[in-house]
Design a protein around this ligand. Sequence first.
Ligand code: NAP
Length: 225
Amino acid sequence: MRIGILGGTGPAGSGLAARLASIGYPSVIGSRSKYRAMEKRDSLLASWPDLAGMLDSGDNDDAAACDLVVIATPWDSAATTAQEHTDALRGKIVISMANALVRVGHEFQPLVPPRGSVAAHVQAAMPECRVVAAFHHLPAKELGNLGEPIDSDVLICGDDPAAVRDVSDIVAKIPGCRPLDAGELSNATAIEAFTAVLLQLNVRYKTRVAPKLTGIKRDPRAVDD
Ligand SMILES: NC(=O)c1ccc[n+]([C@@H]2O[C@H](COP(=O)([O-])OP(=O)(O)OC[C@H]3O[C@@H](n4cnc5c(N)ncnc54)[C@H](OP(=O)(O)O)[C@@H]3O)[C@@H](O)[C@H]2O)c1
């Protein structure tokens, strides 16, 4: 499965592309400028030469042509960026990882986008896509530090259970990550907004936190009959 990242030149998208490539998914860093994407790919390959052959670059059209596509643009351009690729994305799993937040002084505050979350907004704009919300809480730096596992749960939600399972299978391959099925896409509102709390904790405790929940003993990917 080839995975394309729209807006993949930023810290989150490029870190995710490198991480996915490192676990065996050929990944394409997309950008509005294929040259910017090429520079980002080359800088990643300079740090992680083993990714050669697994990490590609191109414009956002090239990323949208992949089998599964991640939107890693700022939140306020996620839906419009997806809509620019409506034909290429039709029927595909599209992962939304954007958080609608604003920093006011020392405070991070969640914003409420149309439809209550960025992911739901993207789904409404792209009804023929299978939108899954995931990766909101993984710090970009940890995503891109391939030498270390990422010690975190990944809350995943969406209205297409098969798509949520497919994304869970990908997440389960990332060392240290545990995928958790967090229900339907309506829960993306809470997942995205919670990122403001995590960023606030980062500031308060001068660190980078990631969430881990207690109490789930069964295989988190098990499906009830
Ligand atoms: N940073 C983190 O730790 C982190 C963690 C989890 C989730 N997230 C979420 O992941 C997303 C990406 O985060 P980031 O920090 O990597 O963001 P970013 O650096 O601000 O933006 C990522 C890329 O989006 C493209 N972009 C910027 N403005 C755009 C526009 N108006 N239209 C289309 N594309 C545009 C740019 O690529 P080109 O100019 O090359 O096209 C940019 O490099 C955000 O929504 C964020 O909330 C971030």
